[in-house]
Design a protein around this ligand. Structure first.
Ligand code: ADP
Ligand code: ZN
Ligand code: ZN
Length: 734
């Protein structure tokens, strides 16, 4: 019999990030289990808070007065032993708190006391109509209920068939009708068109066999876009189902397209749960519960689906593993790829990463045989890779072409429209023009809260800051010199749409970016309309770069390839290469050969050169050499310390204290370097100034947690006025 329980309190305050011991009252001893949700009295006021049991003990060493657990809130554990091991790993790796990890594992609904949603539906009691209830009005109601027995609740019946609530109640009172509780499904239980299994080609077949029947556990499928990776995943899932095991398929949030869902639901039906950030608390709770109850065989979802409570996991797939959205930007700042690696070890299951352009770190690991590498060089359905050409926009200027479209892109659009085939135009920037500046004195209109130039949105008619959302009226004159020569520079997707309408007035265009997809279903709507050929040209940001498989797109135009290339970040080349390969992969996916035109001001950049050739290996060679020379990952770790505050003086003074401390400490190590403190590349966001320190080197857990502890100690007095963020191997240093 256990007498004491170790409990994590549901509270985000860092100082409460420890295990609290409570006494187990007699009446709960029989039913208490590790992983259960409980309520406990907390603090001086004994406020009842939710908590999670993470250990049970017979004896307690400390001889202090302990409080009793108040109640058990979940009959069965909501966290498993395996979850606890994963939490232990994440806590160390990402310097986060217990509760931050727990919140990844269980849906928020549970901590709000959410239950399955039920309603009282109306049934026939079986007694038939009797006595005074034989009037016409009751006969009608009787008939309606007979036709929809147990389908509707009282108010739905009343609304749907225009009958009065009081008549229904009368019939219930007389025992003709009865009501009974029914659980409502808040998840998507639509029936999808069946998506038939494809006979694998020899390369796919070999990949599937390798994964299922070799003694290896971790795989990287490096397969060009369209090489049939998704079909491989689906065969693996089918195999798992046959073995009584479950699978998790992670896809980037952004490519959790209707298409992906159609494919999986079309093949595996209600065995599929879908999990992403746009679900409501109720939908999330229901999908989670379905998984917990063993009703689901496969989950398709964004990174959070990794934590779903499967009891016999056989497979984790991470599609487009290089995608930035697998790294969380809020605490815990985890990488889903890293956590999946750990999870697959704990669960003893297979891990498959897939990408046409693997992350440099991942491919490096595969070459060192930490992953078994599977390469697919050709498209699965016999489609050929598109023909890619690069256009030097400086040359266009010299030829006096000031349009956003080069001569060759213009001609290609014209020809494709003539042939009645479809076009995708890609520009990784929304809005009309990206900055507004004075031609006379060079003044640039910046956001008053952020160190960011304002973007002009023509449709809305004002300037918008993409970081804090604040708006400004369109300037007529320069606030600095009063000149009237205020000009708009740099095109965004809105501008491209406008130019196309001017140049090709008959073309039907649709735009997909964050501005046009605010509503929950707008993405699906645009996707379906384009698929049904209601439009000729799709214009969009990186939202359209991946996943989409349209058979009639034969031209992809990259309007400006340089945007990501010029960011002051060590991953800029990698990201540019990946994005260009992904976008190019949208062209020529059907029976007709596709074309890609990449416009750029830096055609000599190796990221652009190799992406045009779709030559991952050469790109990798070049990039890994650079990483090595610069001591960047995968050769070293980075720890980004970002401090921000509205009080600039206080911020600088304190980050310098931390910087001096760290530099002193670094002297004890031969391989730890402190870069900074210096202002962050984006030096102000939302009125808060931003400074950073980058620690580079062989940073292990001991050192990282020492750094974290020291910072909180050094900044104890100003803690409330300075926001501190620690990020291990951050996605970007902006
Ligand atoms: P990827 O995920 O590698 O980009 P997909 O799995 O989307 O590739 O496949 C690309 C296209 O090829 C899809 O239209 C798919 O239906 C088709 N395809 C995949 N495997 C086969 C196969 N074995 N036979 C015929 N067509 C296939
Ligand atoms: Zn001016
Ligand atoms: Zn702003």
């Amino acid at each position: 019999m256990y007498n004491f329980a170790g409990i994590i309190i549901n509270n985000e305050v860092t100082s409460l990030d420890r295990v609290f011991t409570y006494k187990i009252p007699e009446e709960l001893k029989e039913s208490i289990k590790i992983g259960q949700l409980v309520k406990v009295p907390f603090g001086n006021a004994n406020k009842k808070l939710y908590g999670f049991i993470i250990n049970l003990k017979e004896e307690n060493e400390e001889n202090i007065k302990l409080k009793n657990i108040s109640s058990i809130e979940s009959k069965e554990p909501v966290i498993t032993d395996k979850d606890l091991r994963l939490i232990g790993y994440m806590k160390k790796k990402y310097l986060c708190t217990y509760i931050e990890c727990i919140r990844l594992i269980i849906p928020t609904g549970i901590m709000k006391g959410m239950k399955p949603k039920t309603t009282d539906v109306v049934f026939l009691s079986g007694s038939g109509l009797k006595g005074s209830l034989r009037k016409d009005i009751y006969k009608t109601i009787y008939k309606k209920v007979e036709e929809n027995n147990g389908v509707y609740n009282r108010s739905q019946l009343s609304k749907k068939f225009n009958i009065s609530l009081s008549s229904i109640n009368t019939m219930i009172k007389h025992g003709v009708l009865k009501i009974s509780e029914k659980t409502l499904t808040r998840y998507d239980n639509r029936v999808y068109d069946s998506y038939d299994e494809k006979k694998l080609n020899e390369y796919q077949e070999e990949a599937v066999n390798r994964i299922l029947y070799s003694n290896k556990k971790k795989f990287l499928i490096h397969g060009v876009t369209g090489s049939g990776k998704t079909e491989i995943y689906m065969h693996l899932v089918k195999n798992m189902i046959e073995e009584g095991k479950q699978s998790i398929i992670l896809v980037p949030e952004i490519s959790l397209t209707p298409q992906m869902i159609e494919r999986f639901k079309g093949r595996f039906g209600l065995n599929v749960a879908v999990f992403h950030s746009k679900l409501s608390d109720g939908e999330r709770y229901d999908e989670w519960t379905r998984v917990k109850n063993g009703e689901v065989k496969v989950a398709v979802g964004a990174r959070s689906a990794l934590f779903l409570p499967f009891n016999n996991l056989g497979l984790i797939v991470i599609d487009e593993e290089h995608e930035g959205s697998y790294k969380s930007e809020s605490d815990p700042k985890y990488s889903a790829v890293e956590v999946a690696e750990m999870k697959s070890k704990i669960e003893d299951c297979t891990l498959v990463l897939g990408s046409a352009t693997p992350a440099i770190e991942t491919y490096y690991k595969a070459l060192k045989e930490e992953y078994y590498l599977i390469t697919l060089d050709r498209r699965a359905d016999g489609a050929v890779m598109p023909e890619v050409s690069v256009v030097d926009m400086r040359e266009e200027l010299r030829q006096n072409n000031k349009s956003v479209f080069s001569k060759s892109l213009y001609e290609a659009i014209y020809e494709t429209l003539e042939k009645k085939e479809q076009i995708i135009l890609f520009l990784n920037r929304r809005g009309y023009s990206t900055f507004v500046s004075c031609r006379k004195c060079g003044y640039v209109f910046k956001c008053k809260n952020c160190d960011v130039s304002m973007t002009y949105h023509n449709n809305k008619g004002y300037l918008i800051c993409h970081y804090c959302g604040s708006t400004q009226r369109i300037p007529r004159t320069c606030p600095k010199c009063g000149s009237k020569y205020v000009k708009y520079f740099g095109a965004g997707t809105e501008r491209i749409e406008r130019e196309i309408k001017k140049l090709f007035p008959d073309a039907r265009t649709v735009r997909m970016d964050r501005d046009t997809t605010v509503r929950k279903d707008s993405y699906e709507r645009i996707y379906n309309a384009f698929k049904n050929k209601e439009f000729d040209i799709l214009i969009g940001t990186q939202m359209i770069a991946k996943g989409l498989d349209f058979k009639d797109v034969t031209l992809v135009g990259v309007v400006a390839a340089d945007l990501t290339l010029n960011l002051p970040d060590y991953k800029a080349s990698e990201r540019t290469f990946q994005l260009l390969c992904q976008v190019s992969g949208r062209s020529g996916r059907g029976s007709k050969k596709g074309k890609v035109i990449i416009q750029t001001y830096s055609p000599e950049s190796y990221a652009i050169e190799y992406s045009a050739k779709n030559d991952y290996k050469s790109f990798f060679k070049e990039e890994i050499k650079l990483r090595h020379d610069m001591d960047y990952p995968p050769f070293n770790k980075l720890l980004l310390l970002n401090f921000s505050s509205k009080d600039e003086k206080l911020l600088i003074k304190n980050i310098q204290i931390v910087g001096d401390f760290l530099k002193n400490k670094a002297k004890e190590y031969s391989n730890i370097y402190i870069l900074g403190p210096c202002p962050s590349p984006i030096s102000k966001i939302n009125e808060a100034y931003r400074w950073q320190i980058v620690v580079k080197g062989d940073i292990d857990y001991e050192l990282a947690s020492f750094i974290k502890k020291s910072i909180y100690e050094l900044l104890k007095k100003v803690y409330n006025n300075i926001r501190i963020s620690l990020d291990i191997n951050p996605l970007s240093l902006l």
